[in-house]
Write a protein that binds this ligand. Structure first.
Ligand code: FAD
Length: 300
């Protein structure tokens, strides 16, 4: 929808509001890292997110690859919340539904309108919802990251739903831990080297269980599994930002996390694989420094 159409009906005082230095969109680790860095750089920043530290940050059963963190996603989130309180950083809850490039940028979230001279996009990737029940078992047997969670399924029977042949390597990786991997290949000509991978040519109907995943519902019956990995592409963020250049579903960025749109930076899962906390935090920091430099070079 065009910006003009969105702002018709909003009163003048609502629109003539603060122009922030930077608006960070996304309440996960990438967005937090960006907001924290901008705070230390004393930039007038607004941090917007649909939820604080998202389900993905809280859901990890055990985080084994984030420096100095010994525990699960809930511990990770509580540490961040403690740091936020100390630093005086807070998230403004809003689901942004439009980002319009310009000087300044205009962002819309329902009836709300926000302005900033630079924007950092840190909205993650859309991973849930394609198979019934998938979302409900996030962190309770459903995973999107073979490298993160594969080792949790040593000697177990698991399923992997592959949207593309490029994820075959990740299924092979899982087969290195699991007793058996049922690979549901949603693409033609699936082939694997590992002898413990069983190929299925259908899409599961549902993920089912109690406290954790217990089985997949298939057309011909049920398949008991201890976990399910959904290995799939990022949803394109182009729907949020018109004209944003993407590659393979991920926002195309330079080393400074700049996008093809002047003043718009991106960080975290939204820029592509690997989907990892440490990468997201690092990119958030780089995006913040780059936005700061952009504002210094383009003083109003
Ligand atoms: C179960 C599980 C376990 C994992 N375990 C590990 C692990 O052990 N180690 C590891 O390194 N990685 C792990 N990961 C991967 C890790 O969670 C991600 O790489 C990381 O969370 C990415 O951070 P992000 O900030 O880029 O995106 P996200 O964490 O996805 O955060 C994006 C946020 O933006 C919000 N958002 C989206 N769209 C909008 C919008 N339009 N407006 C406002 N807000 C919006 C979302 O609600 C979300 O809160 C795991 C992932 C899962 C699901």
């Amino acid at each position: 929808m065009r910006l003009l159409d969105r702002i018709v009906g909003l009163c003048y005082t609502e629109i003539m509001q603060t122009v922030y230095d930077v608006i960070v969109v996304g309440g996960g680790i990438a967005g937090y890292s960006a907001a924290l860095t901008l705070h230390s750089l004393k930039r007038n920043t607004l941090w917007l997110g649909a939820d604080l530290l998202g389900e993905k940050l809280r859901a990890a059963e055990y985080v084994r690859n984030y420096p100095a963190l010994l525990g699960n996603g809930a511990l990770f989130a509580s540490r961040i919340e403690e740091q936020m309180a100390r630093e005086g950083i807070s998230l403004t809850k809003a689901r942004v539904d439009g980002i319009y490039a310009g000087e300044p940028f205009t962002l819309t979230a329902g009836e709300q309108v926000f302005s900033a001279r630079a924007v950092i996009l840190a909205t993650g990737v859309e991973t849930a919802g394609a198979v019934r029940g998938e979302e409900n078992f996030l962190g309770r047997g459903v995973s999107y990251c073979a490298v993160c969670d594969g080792a949790l399924y040593r000697g177990k029977t698991i399923a992997a739903v592959l949207s593309d042949g490029k994820f075959a390597e990740e299924a092979e990786y899982l087969a290195g831990f699991a007793k058996e991997v049922h690979a549901f290949c949603l693409y033609p000509d699936a082939s694997f080297h590992a002898p413990n991978i069983v190929v299925h040519k259908e899409k599961p109907l549902a993920v089912e269980g109690g406290m954790r995943v217990e089985k997949l519902l298939l057309k011909g019956g049920e398949l008991p599994v201890d976990g399910v990995f959904f290995l799939k592409n990022a949803a394109p963020p182009a729907a949020l930002v018109g004209g944003l250049e993407a590659e393979g579903g991920a926002v195309k960025v330079g080393r400074d996390m700049s996008t093809n749109l002047r003043g718009l930076f991106a960080a975290g899962d939204v820029t592509g694989r690997p989907y990892q906390y440490a990468k997201a935090a690092g990119e958030g920091l780089v995006a913040a420094y780059s936005a700061h430099a952009f504002l210094q070079e383009n003083r109003a």
